[in-house]
Ligand binder design. Sequence first.
Ligand code: SF4
Ligand code: SF4
Length: 116
Amino acid sequence: MLHMTPTILKNFFSKSATRLYPVKKREPFDNVRGELDIRIEDCIFCSSCRIKCPAACIEVDKKNKIWQIDPYICVYCGICVDHCPTKCLYFKGDYRAPVAEKAMKIEQKREETQSK
Ligand code: SF4
Ligand code: SF4
C-alpha cells in the first residue's frame, strides 16, 4: 500500500483526465458524424434509406409522410446518406445531446411544405 502513496498523491492534486461532460464539451472534429438528420421537406419517402440501412433503424411511412429513426441503433455508417436520391439526409457536425430516456426521432412532412 505504501508504494502506491506517491501515485495517490499525484492523482489527488493533478488535473482530472476526463471532462465534466456535459458541462464541459469538447469541440467536434472536422467531418464528425455527430447526428443523422433529415430535411423532411425534401424527402420523397422512397424508402431507399430504410432498405439500405444495415442496422434496420429507419422506418418510412409513405402514406402518412413520416420518416423516423432509432438513433440508438444507428451505427453512423453513412450508407443512407449516400443512397438518398434527394440528398435530404445529412450528418450534423455536433454530438447528440445526452438524454434521460431513449426515443425515436420522428419527422413528418406537413401539407404546406408539400405544395412548395
Ligand atoms: S432515401 Fe431520402 S428521400 Fe428516400 S425516404 Fe430516405 S430520406 Fe426520404
Ligand atoms: S447511418 Fe447507417 S446505420 Fe445509421 S441510419 Fe444511416 S444507414 Fe442506418
